[in-house]
Design a protein around this ligand. Structure first.
Ligand SMILES: [Zn+2]
Ligand SMILES: [Zn+2]
Length: 292
C-alpha cells in the first residue's frame, strides 16, 4: 500500500467504538483497533441469543449479514446520536465452500460510521476451527471426541440425543468432572442411550474462534486506516476482483485474477491494481484449453 494513503493520524484516533457482544469479543477486537486506529472498543453487552444460537435452541433469523447488521444497529437505535461508531461480528460454521469435509469458520464483521455516514463489512474464511459434532454412547468415545475438540481449553455442549429437545442442555462445559456429569445426565434422559456432543462455538469458550475474529478485526482496522484518495473518507480498499488473466500458452482467458479493484466506502471513485500474485500471465496448467 502506498504511503500517501496513510494519513498521519487516523480518523478514529481518540474515538470510542461500541461493540455489541455477549461473548467478550473485545478481547479479540480491541488490540487491532487500538494499534491501527488509536480507537478504544467498548462492549455493549446484550443478549444476542435472541438473534439465534449456534446450538440451535433459537434459529437465526435471516442470514449472517442481516443478523450482524441488526446487532450493529442495536446500540445506535438504543442510544441515538450519542454513538458515532458501532461494530458487531457474526460467525457461521460448516464445510469449506470448495473443500468438502473440511470444517470452516466464516466470520463477518460489520462497522457503522455515523460521522462519515457509511457502512462497511468484511468477511473472513478460516479452516482454523475445532467445529464438529457427534453422538457418543460410552465414556471412551466421549474422551476421544473431547481430545479432538481441544477440550478443555475449548468448551463443549452436551444433551440427550434427541436433538429437538432443548430442555436439558449443558453448555460451556470445560472441566473433566463437568464433562462426565453432563454425559451421565444426558445419557440418562436420552431415548436411545446416546449423547449428542458438539463444540461450543461461542467466542469466549473457543480460543480458536477468538483468534479468527482477531484476524478479521485486524483486516477491518487496516482498511479503516486507509482513506479514499479522491474524497478522503476512511475505509479505502479492495472491493472486488476481476478474473481473466490470459494464458501464456494460447492467450485465452483463465479463471485467475487479472485485476484487483479498490474502491471507496462512499464515493464512486475506483482504482485498478495489480493482483497480489504479481503474475503478468497465467501458466498453461490453469488454462481450460491447454490443460482441460
Ligand atoms: Zn492456454
Ligand atoms: Zn471516496
Amino acid at each position: 500500500m502506498e504511503e500517501h494513503r496513510l494519513k498521519p493520524r487516523s480518523s478514529y484516533a481518540g474515538s470510542c467504538i461500541i461493540l455489541t457482544t455477549q461473548h467478550a469479543k473485545s478481547i479479540a477486537v480491541a488490540p487491532s483497533f487500538w494499534n491501527k486506529l488509536g480507537a478504544s472498543v467498548l462492549e455493549y453487552v446484550v443478549d444476542t441469543d435472541q438473534l439465534g444460537t449456534f446450538s440451535g435452541e433459537i434459529k437465526r433469523k435471516g442470514n449472517a449479514l442481516e443478523c450482524v447488521r441488526r446487532k450493529c444497529e442495536w446500540p445506535l437505535d438504543r442510544f441515538g446520536d450519542k454513538i458515532e461508531f458501532a461494530l458487531a461480528n457474526e460467525g457461521s460454521f460448516g464445510p469449506h465452500p470448495r473443500i468438502p469435509f473440511l470444517p470452516c469458520d466464516q466470520e463477518i464483521m460489520y462497522f457503522i460510521d455515523r460521522r462519515h455516514s457509511f457502512h462497511l463489512y468484511l468477511s473472513h474464511l478460516s479452516e482454523k476451527t475445532n467445529y464438529q459434532m457427534d453422538t457418543v454412547d460410552s465414556l471412551e468415545a466421549l474422551h476421544k471426541f473431547a481430545k479432538i475438540a481441544k477440550f478443555p481449553s475449548h468448551a463443549l455442549i452436551l444433551r440427550p440425543n434427541n436433538r429437538e429437545s432443548t430442555e436439558l442442555i449443558f453448555k460451556g462445559v470445560n472441566s473433566q468432572p463437568a464433562l462426565e456429569e453432563a454425559f451421565l445426565q444426558s445419557r440418562k434422559h436420552a431415548l436411545d442411550g446416546s449423547v449428542w456432543i458438539e463444540t461450543d462455538m461461542r467466542a469466549q469458550f473457543n480460543p480458536s474462534r477468538m483468534a479468527v475474529i482477531g484476524e478479521l478485526a485486524e483486516k477491518l482496522a487496516e482498511r479503516l486506516a486507509l482513506h479514499c484518495p479522491e474524497c478522503g473518507i476512511p475505509g479505502w480498499g479492495k472491493v472486488r476482483v476481476e478474473t481473466g488473466l490470459t494464458c501464456s500458452g494460447c492467450g485465452s482467458k483463465t479463471q485467475l485474477i487479472k485485476h484487483e479493484i479498490y474502491g471507496c466506502t462512499k464515493c464512486p471513485y475506483e482504482e485498478t491494481h495489480q493482483p497480489a500474485h504479481g503474475l503478468e500471465q497465467a501458466e498453461p496448467e490453469h488454462c481450460q484449453y491447454c490443460n482441460p
